[in-house]
Design a protein around this ligand. Structure first.
Ligand code: AMP
Ligand code: ZN
Length: 114
């Protein structure tokens, strides 16, 4: 998976602003933020998409959610609210084929999304 952008970021071959990390996941600021808080929570392991999630990946998903919980406090959005997004596949607008949660906050989130 040498060409995967997020694998390269995790291996520190490409720079990023890491804001939190734990055993199975890292969180970086999105390079093109769509809200005052826009952070990507990424598993260290290359998992191409949500379709690859099976029961043996529960530690990875738990660590991703733990990072989100830490970040909503450290970014000051735990009380005001936030949105978690996974863009899946072509219609979902997925650009990077390595699973990630978008954590968006710091402004009102409209519904439905575009
Ligand atoms: P998605 O469309 O869900 O695959 O989202 C990919 C996200 O990665 C987009 O929001 C991009 O702005 C973001 N992105 C692309 N390259 C980088 C990078 N080098 N560092 C941080 N975020 C990035
Ligand atoms: Zn990858």
């Amino acid at each position: 998976m040498e060409e995967c952008l997020f694998c390269r970021i995790i291996r520190q071959e490409i720079g990023s602003e890491v804001v939190a990390e734990n055993a199975n996941a890292i969180a970086i600021r999105d390079i093109n933020p769509q809200a005052p808080v826009h952070i990507l929570v990424i598993p260290r392991e290359h998992i191409a998409s949500l379709k690859e999630i099976t029961a043996d990946k529960c530690d990875v998903i738990t660590d991703m959610v733990m990072l989100i919980n830490e970040l909503t406090v450290s970014e000051g959005i735990v009380q005001t609210g936030f949105r978690i997004v996974i863009n899946q596949g072509e219609d979902g607008g997925q650009e990077v084929d390595h699973l990630h949660f978008h954590l968006l906050g710091g402004r009102f989130m409209r519904w439905p999304p575009g």
